[in-house]
Design a protein around this ligand. Structure first.
Ligand code: GLU
Length: 400
C-alpha cells in the first residue's frame, strides 16, 4: 500500500511557487539572479492598511472570527462589489478565505463529483487544473492563440461544453497573459453560457484594478445578470493592494454555494487571519487613489518589457491589457542551441538555460498549458527589468 494518497499523485507542486522559491534561494546564496517569476507586486502594502492591522492587534482582535469572515469585512466587500462592479450582494452571499487560492479550492472541492468537467481556457493560472483534479473532477483545457490575443472564442467555448460540464473558469485580465476581455468579448461568451443553464461560472477577478490605456474591466454577472444565480465572483486584496502575504481572498455567490464553502472551511483552516481581515476592511473602505498611480507604473513597465522582448531574436510578445505579466512566444528559438550548448527543444529547456546562463528566472509556458512561451512578471523595478531584458536579448542572440 503506498503511503501517499492517489489524489496527491494526480497533481504537481505549483510551478510558479517553485520558480519564485528557487530564485530566492539562488539570490540568498549570493548568485546574481533577477527574478521575473513571482506574481507579486514589488510595492509595499500602503501605510494606512498597515496601521489598521496594528490597531487591530492592539485592540486585541486576535481571536477566532466567524468562519467565513467578520461582519465588517463582509460589509466592505458588499460595498466594493456595488461600487466597482454594479453587483448587489448581501453579507450571507460573501465568503472570505486565506487567499484567492483557498476560495477557488473551497468552491471546487465543495461542488465537484467524479464525472464533473471544468472548462479552463489555456494558458491558465497553474493551480486551476490541479485544484480540479484534487476535487476529483476533470479539467477540460481549451487552448487560445496569440493571434486572438489569448482570448477564448465563443465557438471554442460552445464546443467544449458537454452535459458533464459543471464550471467554466474565467480569468480577465489573465494570469499568465495579461489578456483582458472587453465588454463585447465577454458578452459573446455569456451568450453561450445562457444557452447552457447547467454550467456555473467561476470568475477570477484578481487583476481587476490592474488595467491599462483606459481598458474597462467587467465581470460576467455584471455583463449578463442572467448568470447571477450561477456565478461565483472571486477577488482578493493580494495584487491590487500589494497584500500577497496577508492571504485574503473573497468571493460572492448564491447563498447555498457560500454555505457549502463555509462548511468545508470550518473543517480546514476555520477563519482567515483576524488581523488580515481588519487590514482588508481598511484596504476596501480606505483611499483608492494609489491604485491608478500604481497602474501607471505598471503600464510603463509593460511597455518597456514588450518593446525589449520584441527586439530579442526569436521572441514575439503581444501587448496585454492588464495584470503585470507578458507571455512571449519563443517559437523562433525552438530547435536552436544555447551559447553553453543546451538544446532549446521546449520552453522548459529555454527557462532552465536562461536561469543558468543569464541568471534570469521566468516561468516556462508548459506550466500554464500553452507552449512554446514563457511568463514574465514585470512587477519589479525599471532598472532590474531593463537589465533582465538585456540578458534575455543576449541569451537569444547567443542561440544558434
Ligand atoms: N498567483 C501568483 C503567480 O501566479 C502567486 C503564486 C501562485 O500562487 O501561483 O505567480
Amino acid at each position: 500500500m503506498p503511503f501517499l494518497s492517489e489524489t496527491l499523485a494526480r497533481v504537481s507542486p505549483s510551478p510558479t511557487v517553485a520558480v519564485t522559491q528557487k530564485a530566492m534561494e539562488l539570490k540568498a546564496a549570493g548568485h546574481d539572479v533577477i527574478g521575473l517569476g513571482a506574481g507579486e507586486p514589488d510595492f509595499d502594502t500602503p501605510d494606512t492598511i498597515k496601521a489598521a492591522a496594528i490597531a487591530a492587534i492592539e485592540a486585541g482582535k486576535t481571536k477566532y472570527t466567524p468562519v467565513d469572515g467578520i461582519p465588517e469585512v463582509k460589509k466592505a466587500i458588499c460595498d466594493k462589489f456595488l461600487r466597482d462592479n454594479d453587483l448587489h450582494y448581501t453579507p450571507s452571499q460573501i465568503t472570505v478565505s486565506t487567499g484567492g487560492k483557498q476560495v477557488l479550492y473551497n468552491a471546487l472541492l465543495a461542488t465537484l463529483n467524479p464525472a464533473d468537467e471544468v472548462i479552463i481556457p489555456a494558458p491558465y493560472w497553474v493551480s486551476y487544473p490541479d485544484m480540479v483534479r484534487l476535487g476529483g473532477g476533470t479539467p477540460v483545457i481549451v487552448e487560445t492563440a496569440l493571434e486572438n490575443g489569448f482570448r477564448l472564442t465563443p465557438e471554442a467555448l460552445e464546443a467544449a461544453i458537454t452535459p458533464k460540464t459543471k464550471w467554466f473558469i474565467f480569468n480577465s485580465p489573465s494570469n499568465p497573459t495579461g489578456a483582458g476581455y472587453t465588454r463585447d468579448a465577454l458578452k459573446a461568451l455569456t451568450e453561450v453560457l445562457m444557452r447552457h443553464p447547467h454550467v456555473w461560472v467561476m470568475t477570477d477577478d484578481m487583476y481587476e484594478h490592474l488595467v491599462f490605456d483606459g481598458f474597462e474591466f467587467c465581470t460576467p454577472a455584471q455583463v449578463e445578470p442572467g448568470l447571477y444565480d450561477r456565478t461565483l465572483t472571486v477577488n482578493g486584496v493580494s495584487k491590487a493592494y500589494a497584500m500577497t502575504g496577508w492571504r485574503i481572498g473573497y468571493a460572492a455567490g448564491p447563498e447555498h454555494l457560500i454555505a457549502a464553502m463555509r462548511k468545508l472551511q470550518s473543517q480546514s483552516t476555520t477563519n482567515p487571519c483576524s488581523i488580515s481581515q481588519w487590514a482588508t476592511v481598511e484596504a476596501l473602505n480606505g483611499p483608492q487613489d494609489f491604485l491608478s498611480e500604481r497602474c501607471e507604473v505598471f503600464r510603463k513597465r509593460r511597455d518597456l518589457v514588450v518593446e525589449a522582448l520584441n527586439s530579442a531574436i526569436g521572441i514575439t510578445c503581444a501587448v496585454p491589457e492588464g495584470a503585470f505579466y507578458v507571455y512571449p512566444s519563443i517559437e523562433g528559438c525552438i530547435g536552436k542551441t544555447s551559447a553553453r550548448g543546451t538544446l532549446i527543444d521546449t520552453d522548459e529547456a529555454f527557462a532552465t538555460a536562461l536561469l543558468e546562463e543569464q541568471g534570469v528566472a521566468v516561468v516556462f509556458g508548459a506550466a500554464f498549458g500553452l507552449s512554446p512561451y514563457f511568463r514574465v512578471s514585470y512587477a519589479t523595478s525599471d532598472a532590474l527589468l531593463a537589465e533582465a531584458c538585456r540578458r534575455i536579448q543576449t541569451f537569444c542572440a547567443g542561440l544558434n
